[in-house]
Design a protein around this ligand. Structure first.
Ligand SMILES: C[S@@+](CC[C@H](N)C(=O)[O-])C[C@H]1O[C@@H](n2cnc3c(N)ncnc32)[C@H](O)[C@@H]1O
Length: 275
């Protein structure tokens, strides 16, 4: 099986920008007058959503002069948040054409096109020269990539010496079943969830100094509970990740939240520095 084709097919959908704009209208907003944060309920495809993105921004803290690479940038929510809040320039790459198209279109609507751009590319064959970027992010992407050694070698190559690499990934933290479908994979064939120890070892081999992992399970479970309580009180809001994931959203999100609750997987952050 061509894993990259299968991954792009898993995420790709038609009409993503239109569906997000429709949901915005249903919430009484004018899609012609939006900022990056207006989209955050639907464009952050990772556990903990916008709240965790804000934490990652605070931890990585790029400056306005920095050029950040967002590997597996999705529809661009995290990249827009970084550009909007810090003034840095962001280049996002992603396998999924429909996501890249939506990312660029939504970024233009938010008036951030001069600071955030997106292109179709594989994380395993990055179209950039050595030492191009000051910092990099990888947010819920490695679960789709078997060759993490190759991935980290690519990131190390395109980062300047001393450049920081912020990872926030779903990792295996105990034995136990990982059911499918998950938000990142319909079957086990395109799911490559690894332990924090494996991430640390492979990062070190690629030439990174790696900090202590941060397990964000408690934070994510609390946010998930609050979202469910709010939905029970006032209904599911029009703008949400379900717009991006589509009809399979409930089953996929249910599986990931239950497996997180069971303690088998965890959303883990790591900070690494290129030697
Ligand atoms: C769960 S989404 C996360 C998107 C984004 N980082 C976010 O947090 O909103 C995973 C993304 O990784 C992309 N991806 C998976 N494997 C990739 C690869 N080998 N190269 C580039 N992008 C990849 C997918 O296309 C998808 O957009």
């Amino acid at each position: 099986m061509d894993i990259e084709r299968a991954v792009a097919d898993h995420y790709g959908r038609t009409g993503i920008e239109a569906a997000i704009l429709e949901a915005l209208r249903a919430e009484g907003r004018d899609p012609d007058r939006i900022t990056a944060s207006d989209l955050s309920a639907a464009d952050e495809f990772h556990l903990g959503w916008h709240a965790v993105t804000l934490d990652l921004i605070a931890d990585l803290a790029p400056g306005p002069e920095d050029h950040l690479l967002d590997v597996g940038s999705g529809v661009g929510g995290p990249a827009r948040a970084f550009a909007d809040r810090t003034g840095c320039r962001v280049t996002g790459i992603d396998l999924t054409e429909a996501y890249v198209e939506a990312a660029n279109a939504l970024t233009r609507r938010c008036g951030l096109a001069d600071r955030a751009t997106f292109r179709v590319a594989s994380a395993l064959a990055m179209p950039f020269g050595a030492r191009t970027f000051d910092a990099a992010t990888l947010i819920h992407v490695g679960m789709n990539i078997a060759d993490k050694a190759g991935l980290f070698a690519q990131v190390r190559r395109v980062l300047k010496p001393g450049g920081r690499f912020c990872l926030y990934e779903v990792m295996r933290v105990a034995d136990g079943d990982i059911p499918h479908p998950m938000p990142w994979a319909a079957t086990a064939e395109t799911s490559f969830v690894e332990t924090p120890e494996t991430y640390r070892r492979l990062l070190a081999t690629a030439g990174f100094a790696v900090g202590e992992p941060i397990d964000r399970s408690a934070q994510v479970l609390a946010i998930g509970r609050a979202m469910r309580e709010r939905a029970a009180r006032t209904g599911v809001p029009p703008l949400g990740l379900h717009v991006l994931i589509g009809p399979a959203s409930n089953e996929r999100m249910g599986n990931v939240m239950r497996t997180l609750e069971s303690g088998t997987i965890a959303p883990v952050q790591m900070m690494a520095r290129a030697a």
